[in-house]
Design a binder for this molecule. Structure first.
Ligand SMILES: O=P(O)(O)OC[C@H]1O[C@H](OP(=O)(O)OP(=O)(O)O)[C@H](O)[C@@H]1O
Ligand SMILES: Nc1ncnc2[nH]cnc12
Length: 176
């Protein structure tokens, strides 16, 4: 029997700002069976001819680290501004509750490498679209995107699909 992964997500109202319903994955992460099943389902819905799994800091790292070995792929860290030690390239983007910048090491993506983008959640899609731009700017091919959670009311997954990307998510919070 499959686990009801949605029941393992906790919703915290008015975090980090009034009006935001924060979908907290920490309660799924501490559930060993739930986290294991989430990784297995993300792997089975993703394209398998992948060279690198790109995880978005911070929560995306957890899923990228779980998925990549199962696809025999490496992990590409997409970090927030100023965290990488080597020469980096980056892009600025808007969030549901602010603004941020994503960076990656120059030369981290071999030309033509097939990259699966992974994060815990997609909302407006600002972060994921910035990530796909960065991967492509670096010479990689964004072969798909996998999220644990989609907030369809904010339209991010639809925007990504409209750009031609294969997108999967396991859990939706719609109109709630
Ligand atoms: O689709 P979007 O509207 O761009 O929002 C989605 C992003 O927001 C959250 O990260 P956050 O920026 O809160 O960073 P964190 O993981 O470091 O807490 C989430 O983990 C995604 O990366
Ligand atoms: N509502 C939300 N909950 C958790 N992470 C988010 N990232 C953007 N919107 C979010």
């Amino acid at each position: 029997m499959s686990i009801d992964l949605k029941s393992l997500i906790r919703t915290i109202p008015d975090y980090p700002k009034p009006g935001i319903r924060f979908r907290d994955i920490s309660t799924l992460l501490t559930d060993a069976a739930g986290f294991t099943e989430a990784i297995e389902r993300m792997v089975s819905g993703a394209p398998h001819d992948i060279d690198l799994v790109a995880g978005i800091e911070a929560r995306g790292f957890l899923f990228a680290g779980g998925i990549a070995p199962k696809l025999s792929a490496g992990v590409l860290m997409l970090r927030k501004a100023g965290k990488l030690p080597g020469p980096a390239m980056g892009t600025d983007y808007a969030l549901e509750y602010g603004a941020d910048r994503l960076e990656m090491h120059e030369g981290a993506v071999p030309r033509g490498a097939r990259v699966l983008l992974v994060d815990d959640l997609i909302a407006t899609g600002g972060t994921a679209i910035a990530a796909t731009k960065l991967i492509e700017q670096a010479g990689g091919v964004c072969a798909g995107a996998s999220f644990l959670i989609d907030l369809p009311d904010l339209g991010g997954a639809a925007r990504l699909r409209d750009s031609g990307l294969r997108v999967q998510s396991l859990i939706d919070f719609e109109g709630e």
